[in-house]
Structure formats: structure tokens, C-alpha cells
Design a protein around this ligand. Structure first.
Ligand SMILES: [Zn+2]
Length: 126
């Protein structure tokens, strides 16, 4: 596998920066994005970017119904509470839909407010 280092991010299957890194979770979920340092509430994590590279942080950020990140109007994923080193970074796929990834799966986030099923398809995709 070839690796290409761009701005501290290693492309080719894994991401590792001072801010976050990828880690295998399990065979059902696959990989996730985990904080490499502490993020304060309101702090930028990474910008919305799904298309510029084969592997972007967004590609490996899992859904949670009680996500610790949310995309703001400027397209930046921002921490909504303290995120500790080693904690998984998540956003709510139902709040930030991605046309290239019409998600439709049983949610296993375990949050008290879990919707149970995540269907982020548009009406025309159903
Ligand atoms: Zn859930």
C-alpha cells in the first residue's frame, strides 16, 4: 500500500495526526476516528471534506445519536463538549447528510437518545 503524507495526514488506509488517528473498532463498525489530544467545547476538529482525497477524516468518523462533534454553518466539525484523548470522535449523520454516502443502518451507538435506525437517504434514494 502506498502512503502519501499530506499536511501530517498519512493516506493509504490510516490517518494519524497530532489531533486524531484511526483505530479498528470491530468487524461490524470497521474503523473509527479517535482524538489524539483534548478538544475543548467549541474547538475546531476538521473541515467538511469528503471528496478531495481517497481517505479523509470524515470518511472514518462514525455516527452517534449523541455525537461529540457537529458541523457548523462554515462546514467545520466543532467539538460540542470536552473530548478526551483516546475518545472516539463522532457526528450525527442525520444532521449532516452526504450525497455520496446515503447511510441506512441499525444504530449501535448506545446513546440514551438513540434513534435505533439511521436512514440518511434522500427521498429519491429510498
Ligand atoms: Zn444511535
Amino acid at each position: 500500500m502506498t502512503e502519501e503524507r499530506v499536511g501530517g495526514i498519512i493516506f493509504g488506509g490510516a490517518i494519524a495526526t497530532d489531533d486524531f488517528h484511526t483505530r479498528d473498532i470491530n468487524s461490524a463498525v470497521g474503523v473509527g476516528l479517535f482524538a489524539s489530544r483534548h478538544f475543548n467545547p467549541g474547538e475546531d476538529i476538521y473541515p467538511f471534506d469528503y471528496w478531495s482525497r481517497d481517505l479523509m477524516p470524515m470518511h472514518v468518523t462514525n455516527h452517534s445519536c449523541d455525537a461529540n462533534g457537529v458541523f457548523n454553518e462554515a462546514g467545520m466539525l466543532v467539538a460540542v463538549r470536552d473530548i478526551e484523548p483516546g475518545e472516539e470522535i463522532t457526528f450525527n449523520y442525520l444532521k449532516t447528510r452526504i450525497p455520496a454516502s446515503p447511510w441506512n443502518f441499525k444504530c449501535q451507538c448506545g446513546a440514551a437518545n438513540c434513534v435505533g435506525w439511521v436512514d440518511a437517504r434522500s427521498e429519491s434514494e429510498k
